[in-house]
Ligand binder design. Structure first.
Ligand code: PLP
Length: 378
């Protein structure tokens, strides 16, 4: 039985992308790679909705998070790290390696960040840099990027926004938000294999990076990425097969059209949410639901490991909770090239697991699937 990956990265890889990845490797200092890289960046600009520079790094999302912080932040820079989940915490950890003046601003997991509290913290702390995660994958919450972006701009600070699980699946107008650095991962909504990340860099961010003469990263020194990009190259040998795969994945995004892709992500996430509610499950977030990953409270009567195992026996791979919410929630992602059928199979399996555990009555078999079908067909 072929298993269906409903995990928040890596995601299902379409055969076209696998094929592209297995083509003979191109020389990375030649014209073929230059054309490929140029195309990739052009297509990334469309989904980032930005005019800013974009670079692709041969490393996963965390690599780009560290590249952003490592290049921008000086030891005495004040860094306000907004956090309402595991990935917000990651920014705190990374920033603490580069600055002695990190101020974590924490919100309850499962709630979006509160704009008025952020405004107060910005007034009080006068940060040089503010970090936030747009789509907090660990809790299934979408944070108010536009509002926070406006506050950060108003304070003349640099805004670093993790859009690792939103760009390519949700509407992320990087320039409207005013994100000076926005980051995406290859293995999420774009639907490419894991191993690459990309980040956009604004004029303001460049000013700080250039002024930061003692910036610490060597492999991820963004100035060397900028210089190499003049020749449409990367400073060091790129993960060539992954670049080919990313190129094909982005072509698929373009063929689908960003608008349709966002709509599909929103519809499929809504189908999961409403089907779950119809099966008497409770969503973990109280509001501000992610359009790419749904976090659901584990009902009494089944553990996280049992839920994952039971779903896997039915051919569906899902994930549990992380850190604080481990053992309390399970998550179903609807990212990338996930199809309506994938979602229906998943809901069908979930229904079956719940019935087998006595958590849903046999009479109710089909309620989740019907709900999901109705939403998908709307
Ligand atoms: C919001 C968010 N930020 C950062 C990361 C880290 O990305 P990676 O595992 O690609 O390094 C993830 C991965 O799940 C994520 O969902």
């Amino acid at each position: 039985m072929e298993e269906i990956l409903m995990t928040p990265g890596p995601v299902k890889i379409l055969p076209r992308i696998l094929e592209a990845m297995s083509k003979p490797v191109k020389y990375h200092r030649g014209s073929e790679f230059a054309a490929l890289y140029s195309d990739i960046v052009e297509m990334l600009k469309e989904i980032f909705q930005t005019e800013n520079d974009i670079f692709v790094l041969s490393g996963s999302g965390t690599c780009a998070m560290e590249a952003a912080i490592g290049n921008i932040v000086r030891t005495d820079d004040r860094v306000l790290c907004i956090s309402n989940g595991k990935f917000g915490e990651r920014f705190i950890e990374i920033a603490s390696k580069y600055s002695n003046a990190v101020m974590p601003l924490r919100f309850e997991w499962g709630l979006p960040v509160a704009v008025n509290h952020v405004a107060g913290a910005i007034d009080y702390f006068e940060p040089d840099v503010v970090t936030m995660v747009h789509n907090e994958t660990s809790t299934g919450v979408l944070n108010p990027a536009v509002d926070i972006g406006a506050l950060v701009k108003n304070a003349n600070a640099i805004f670093v926004l993790d859009c690792i699980t939103s760009i390519g699946g949700d509407d992320v107008p990087v320039d409207n938000i005013g994100a000076d650095i926005a980051i995406v991962g290859s293995q999420k909504c774009i639907g490419a294999p894991p191993g690459l990340s990309a980040l956009s860099i604004s004029e303001e961010a460049w000013k700080r990076i250039t002024a930061n003469e003692r910036r610490k990263p060597y492999y991820m020194d963004l100035i060397s990425y900028k210089k190499s990009f003049e020749k449409l190259q990367t400073p060091y040998t790129p993960a060539l097969p992954l670049f080919s795969a990313l190129h094909e994945a982005l072509r698929i995004v373009r063929e689908e059209g960003l608008h349709h892709r966002i709509l599909r992500h929103r519809t499929l996430a809504r189908a999961v949410r409403e089907a779950a509610s119809r099966m008497n499950l409770q969503l973990f977030p109280k509001r501000a639901y992610s359009n790419t990953v749904t976090a659901i409270n584990l009902p009494h009567g089944i553990t996280e490991d049992e839920m994952k195992k039971e779903m896997r026996r039915r051919g569906i791979i899902i994930v549990g909770g992380q850190d604080k919410v481990k053992g309390k929630i399970f998550r179903i992602a609807t990212m990338g090239n996930v199809s309506a059928d994938d979602v229906i199979y998943t809901i069908n399996a979930l229904e079956d697991v719940l019935i087998s555990r006595g958590l849903l009555h046999e009479n109710e078999r089909g309620v989740g699937v019907k709900t999901a079908e109705r939403i998908i067909e709307l």
